[in-house]
Design a protein around this ligand. Structure first.
Ligand code: FAD
Length: 439
């Protein structure tokens, strides 16, 4: 297996060692296909014959994926780890980390190499998101949103011109945001009020978006707006807005409970004029695109929550099994502690199995909507439980703002909220089960 040093990209632009992009040459074949997914949370059943495949353990990674896992783990612990506490206190992402993410190829994991990307598969992205979250869930969500929501939207729904125009930028230095939620439309996302109107040679956007991840760092925004409100959600289209477009502004940066280094902002669009070519895909298809992309994106959030849970667990395990003694023994040797620690790890392993199974099913072209919803639901529950217990296992040391224990606990809360709340995941799972079991 290729070594970590071969896999890691140079942290300086002048260095010449091999990058993830070129070291990892085992991607799933990339298809620039327009999506054939039907709009439905139940998604169309696609019969794929997998009978020729020898079943393997679900969490077994290919050499490329292992390389990704090892190299991101090293990068995260060496380069991000020392900055986590300061970034959380400052509620800001260190720009040097954003630059390193691009240099490492972590902002272009699935973008084909011809557009400057790493040309790797979806599971590689999932592995990277998980490994980053083990150290900092804020950095992880930046990579998650950029790869699984923004890059994927352009790859799936953009035409050849859109690929040529946007993918090289997204691969090399422009952070992306995915702008669906609004002040009055969260769970009921397609009640959005942002309006688009046609101009002689393009579109004009007016409205506001809320809760937009990456927006302080982003230069590229996929904005959902209604072109024909008389058609309801069928009037929704997706548009591309660049940061320097007149009329676009960041109205407010939220101060949050967790993932504080990840920016979350309110955006205003006041007579934002964009050319025709900034329509993504087709008019009136925005709601289909959003649903399909978010179905995939949920696997990324599930990976983030799994990584977070493991990071919190490991941090506490190191402390109770190495550092802290009471009654003359390591506190991790008390059976009452051991049972809880074992329970936590078991739940993390179960969450990971759900995540990888959903990712593999997506890659195999199988229905994965329920799997993605179950993975996100369960992984966010596990993250909350394990990160909460980890604080207790460390006693007072878990409660102070020194290590990462209390931060991981705060960060874990977001898993049950964004990209569909836990209630919505349960609703999706129940709807699909009911369909399956209704005679
Ligand atoms: C840190 C952060 C980052 C985010 N990043 C982005 C982003 O990048 N892009 C983006 O577009 N959005 C983003 N969001 C928005 C996020 O997706 C929404 O917050 C989420 O969908 C919930 O919407 P809401 O906050 O309006 O809650 P509400 O919709 O007001 O929900 C409140 C409660 O009611 C429940 N509820 C609502 N409807 C139902 C129902 N039908 N059945 C049962 N229960 C229901 C919910 O489960 C929840 O518990 C982000 C949010 C946060 C907090």
């Amino acid at each position: 297996m290729a070594s970590i040093t071969r896999a890691l990209r140079p942290l300086s632009r002048t260095a010449t060692s091999t990058s993830l992009r070129s070291a990892a040459r085992q991607p799933m074949p990339y298809r620039l296909a327009q999506s054939t997914h039907a709009f439905s949370t139940t998604s169309r059943r696609r019969e794929v014959d997998l009978s020729h495949l020898t079943p393997t353990p679900i969490t077994l990674l290919s050499e490329t994926e292992s390389l990704m896992s090892d190299s991101v783990s090293k990068f995260a612990s060496e380069q991000i780890g020392p900055k986590v506490r300061d970034m959380d206190e400052a509620e800001a992402m260190d720009p040097a980390i954003v630059e390193q993410l691009f240099e490492q190829g972590l902002m272009s994991i699935e973008i084909p190499e011809e557009f400057g990307g790493a040309g790797m598969n979806f599971t590689s992205a999932i592995v990277a998101i998980e490994e980053l979250a083990r150290v900092d869930p804020s950095v992880s969500v930046m990579v998650d949103v950029h790869n699984t929501l923004v890059n994927t939207s352009i790859m799936k729904y953009g035409d050849a011109q859109a690929h040529r125009t946007w993918l090289p930028k997204l691969a090399t230095g422009t952070v992306g945001s995915f702008c669906l939620s609004e002040p009055a439309s969260g769970t009921d996302a397609f009640a959005l009020q942002t309006k688009a109107e046609k101009t002689a040679d393009g579109y004009k956007l007016n409205g506001s978006k809320m809760w937009i991840t990456n927006s302080m760092e982003a230069g590229f925004f996929i904005v959902f707006a209604n072109l024909d409100p008389s058609k309801g959600y069928k009037g929704i289209s997706a548009f591309i807005v660049e940061k320097d477009t007149p009329g676009f502004s960041i109205a407010k940066k939220e101060k949050k409970l967790g993932i504080r280094a990840s920016s979350t902002c309110v955006l205003n669009f006041d007579d934002v004029v964009i050319p025709k070519s900034n329509l993504l895909g087709q008019e009136g298809q925005g709601y289909k695109y959003a649903i399909s992309i978010l179905n995939e994106g949920r696997i990324g959030i599930a990976a983030q929550m799994t990584g977070l849970a493991l990071g919190a667990w490991e941090n506490a395990a190191r402390y109770v099994w190495n550092d802290r003694r009471q009654f003359g023994t390591l506190v991790g040797e008390f059976q009452g502690m051991q049972h809880q620690i074992a329970q936590g790890y078991t739940e993390i392993a179960a969450a990971r199995a759900l995540v990888y199974n959903a990712a593999r099913k997506k890659e195999a072209g199988q229905d994965f909507v329920a799997d993605a919803a179950m993975a996100k639901l369960y992984a966010s529950q596990v993250a909350g439980r394990v990160a909460g217990s980890a604080v207790e296992w460390m006693g007072g040391m878990g409660f102070v703002r020194e290590g990462i224990a209390e931060k991981m606990f705060r960060d874990s809360k977001i898993g049950a909220i964004y990209e569909g709340t836990s209630n919505i995941q349960l609703q999706t799972i129940a709807k699909l089960l009911q369909k399956q079991y209704t005679q």
